[in-house]
Design a protein around this ligand. Structure first.
Ligand code: ARG
Length: 459
């Protein structure tokens, strides 16, 4: 069935029908299309376009359809142009000619906007839930090793010692911002477009606010032409999704490295690793690599939709049908990646020895020593220079911080006073960083409590 045709003399070619049909992918909108149609039918009744018995018949038939869409049989042999056409055809099969009234004052242009908005709203709610669970997993892991010291890096070079919990909380903050971004995207998604018609607004006295209330929208959209041509809301979602994936991919990259033999900090669980068909010893971090890879796919979806929308003349253009494969593809990747990331976090164990050894084998405590000198009154640049020389000599002689003590430090430079040797131990320097946001044990314990409280407040 087609929702148009009167103006044509011959049919469309089979080749073009295949080319232009979207049912293969937009069938995922079946449920929201039906729910949106039910709300539309009720609005038609309120506008006295449908009688009460007609409304009942249509809503009832659509209810029945909701019960059938989970079965693949519902879509079998369907050759409809899109999901909107399919739903109306099925309605017609059930209730006959009355179904022809459903499209009064409605266009697929406002219908598809309504459908995607309803679909994305659910998806965003799910992503936000998954993000919260991932954040809870990070806190759980931090709580298991609250005082473990690891090496922090800049430029992939050993930089300064930090608490593992502090490192995990850094990702907690990134994911907290991602949740905010999803929430902001949701506000722009959750506006009700029905009643916009094809582009000029509906010619019937549809009470749009009522539809918005029934479908749980915050309010109605303001301009029918904007609705017909707008996919900003989907791009907002893809932006939030892309940043969440970016953060996931950085976590993935860290942990791929940290769990490898060269670092040896993390033991990934069997639940998220794979073996090799040839090399019996391998335990590969495929879950993390896939998250990293899927991140690229989501960025691709995001830029694809930008390219699709760029330069489109007002208002609707069929190009816009290409939005859905990108939205669905990104949504599947994000959902899957968030869930698997949580599983990885919950099944990975930190081995405290190797990351501490990485600190001890390096001069990651150099800043702590320079700070100690500065605290005693040595201008920081001079302190930096003294410790720089200490590091140079140590590197030349193959010495690590453990090879120094109070006496040898004082002999190296009289600026080193008794007591400063305690900063050769990374724990001492960490304890000086108790500013809010720092890696000091009390600051981190406080940050953990605060993070947990924030998590509890998240819906
Ligand atoms: N399948 C179309 C899409 O996804 C629905 C809107 C069709 N509108 C039209 N004027 N052909 O964009």
């Amino acid at each position: 069935m087609k929702l148009w045709g009167g103006r044509f003399e011959t049919g469309t070619s089979e080749l073009f029908e295949k080319f232009s049909g979207s049912l293969d992918f937009d069938k995922r909108l079946a449920e929201v299309d039906i729910r949106g149609s039910q709300a539309w039918v009720r609005a038609l009744e309120r506008a006295s376009i449908l009688t009460h018995p007609e409304t009942d018949a249509m809503v009832g038939a659509l209810d029945q359809m909701l019960g059938q869409i989970r079965s693949p049989a519902f879509f079998e042999n369907a050759s409809d142009e899109d999901v909107h056409t399919l739903v109306i055809r099925k309605l017609k099969d059930q209730i006959g000619g009355l179904a022809d009234k459903i499209h009064t004052g409605r266009s697929r242009n406002d219908q598809v906007s309504l459908d995607i908005r309803l679909w994305l709203r659910d998806e965003i709610d799910c992503d936000m839930r998954l993000l919260r669970e991932l954040m809870a997993a990070l806190i759980g892991m931090a709580r298991r090793r609250p005082s473990a010291i690891v090496c922090g890096y800049t430029h992939t070079r050993r930089a300064q010692p930090v608490l593992w919990a502090h490192y995990l909380l850094a990702y907690f903050e990134m994911f907290a911002r991602d949740r905010e971004r999803f929430w902001e995207a949701r506000a722009r998604v959750n506006l009700m477009p029905a009643g916009s018609g094809a582009l000029a607004g509906s010619g019937f006295p549809i009470e749009r606010e009522g539809i918005a209330r029934e479908l749980g929208f915050d309010s109605i959209t303001r301009n029918s032409m904007d609705v017909a041509g707008d996919r900003d809301f989907a791009l907002d979602y893809l932006h939030a999704a892309s940043l969440a994936m970016l953060h996931l991919s950085r976590l993935a990259e860290d942990w791929i490295l940290y769990s490898g033999e060269e670092y040896g900090w993390l033991e990934l669980g069997d639940a998220t690793t794979t073996g090799s068909s040839m090399m019996p010893q391998k335990k590969n971090p495929d879950a993390l690599e896939l998250i990293r890879g899927k991140c690229g796919a989501v960025f691709g979806d995001y830029s694809a939709l930008f390219m699709i929308m760029k330069g489109l003349p007002m208002t609707y253009n069929r190009d816009m049908q290409e939005d859905k494969p990108r939205i669905f593809d990104a949504a599947d990747h994000v959902r899957g990646s968030l869930a698997v990331a949580e599983l990885v976090v919950n099944t990975t164990r930190l081995k405290t020895g190797p990351p501490l050894a990485a600190v001890q084998a390096s001069w990651a405590v150099a800043t702590d020593l320079a700070d100690a000198l500065a605290r005693s009154g040595v201008p920081f640049h001079q302190a930096h220079k003294i410790v720089g020389r200490l590091v140079l000599e140590s590197v030349q002689q193959g010495k690590t911080p453990a090879d120094w003590n109070a006496q040898s430090l004082a002999e190296f430079d009289p600026a080193f006073q008794p007591g400063m040797e305690r900063f050769l131990d990374p724990a001492a320097g960490i304890e000086t960083r108790e500013l809010p946001g720092g890696t000091g044990p009390r600051a981190v314990a406080h940050a953990l409590d605060e993070a947990e409280a924030r998590l509890k407040g998240m819906s």
